[in-house]
Design a protein around this ligand. Structure first.
Ligand code: MEV
Length: 305
């Protein structure tokens, strides 16, 4: 009997890069999901078809991690499908890791909690990438909007009734590992400078958490724009992302910023119903592609057993 589990993609609202160094961040799960269907396979070999997953090491590492830890060695059939393209940076690697762990948990009736799934998922990320805060694993596991500190040291769900975002894709695929390494090098070279930027980011993440709790979109928006300026000072933005962000703010968004590692992928803008059309037009005018998402959705879930 096959089992299907889904996990959501994610968007970083505030705090990227600084979160790798133990500072807090705010992340939201989006309604574009990745689905994993598993079953025991007929023959001796695994049948793995995961074409939407950019880095298939996440699938192989999750399987070997699970098999080593729980001594379950049946050949498996694993298939994925996905609502979003891996080019967007919504986190297909973290979503497949979490969805596969949850599906294996159900197949073998292990009763793992979501906390356990999160910690296994984060270990797998560190094995494959060697670095990372795990915020994407947290979003895929717990969903909603989370105030997050690396490794799940703090994992606080923020109760937001809605989060009216416009998402613009820059047309460029970013490489997170390269950008994380670039910031690391800059920090090795001038720690005081980079740490002062991280501390400024920390401050606005904490203010952002309060603004979200109070549904104060105006304040949250200006914190987003401030965060974008700090990311520019970290040298992770690009002229295309800057133009999209400037265009969105000029068109009346409460605020806008790049979301994720930078270097490409997506930017986000916070908008009212009234400003949404103008902001979307402004982003299109700068060459961006609008990606329709609903933020603040459920984490990993069983679709079919
Ligand atoms: C990438 O989407 C966000 C970074 O902060 C990396 C991470 O948190 O793992 C740059």
């Amino acid at each position: 009997m096959s089992i299907t589990v889904s996990a959501p993609g994610k968007l970083m609202l505030l705090g990227e890069h600084a979160v790798v160094y133990g500072y807090p961040s705010l992340v939201t799960a989006v309604d574009q999901r990745l689905y994993v269907t598993i079953d025991k396979a007929q023959g001796m070999n695994d049948i793995i078809e995961t074409p939407q997953v950019k880095n298939t090491s996440f699938v192989s590492e999750t399987l070997s991690y699970f098999r080593n830890k729980y001594h379950k060695n049946d050949a498996l059939s694993i298939l994925t499908r996905c609502d979003f393209s891996p080019k967007l940076g919504f986190g297909s690697s973290s979503a497949v890791t979490v969805a596969l762990l949850k599906a294996l948990n159900l197949l073998y009736e292990l009763n793992l909690t979501n906390d356990e799934i999160f910690h296994c998922g984060y270990e797998i990320v560190l094995k494959v990438q060697g670095t990372g805060s795990g915020f994407d694993i947290a979003a895929a596991t717990f969903g909603k909007t989370v105030y997050y500190v690396r490794g799940g040291k703090t994992l606080e769900m923020i109760n937001v009734p809605s989060l009216p975002l416009v998402v613009g894709y820059s047309g460029v695929k970013a490489d997170t590992a390269t950008l994380v390494r670039q910031v690391e090098k800059a920090r090795d070279y001038n720690p005081e400078h980079i740490d002062s930027i991280f501390r400024a980011i920390e401050k606005l993440v904490i203010s952002g958490r309060d603004a979200l709790r109070n549904n104060d979109y105006k304040s949250f928006g200006s914190l987003m724009t401030e965060n974008h300026s700090l990311l520019k000072r970290l040298n992770v933005s690009t002229p295309v992302l800057d133009n999209m962000v400037d265009g969105a703010v000029k068109a009346g968004a409460w605020g806008a910023k790049l979301s994720g590692a930078g270097g490409g992928d997506c930017m986000i803008a916070l908008v009212s119903d009234t400003t949404r059309p103008a902001v979307e037009d402004a982003i299109r005018l700068t060459g961006g592609e609008i990606v329709t998402v609903t933020p603040n959705v459920s984490g990993v879930m069983i679709e079919r057993t």
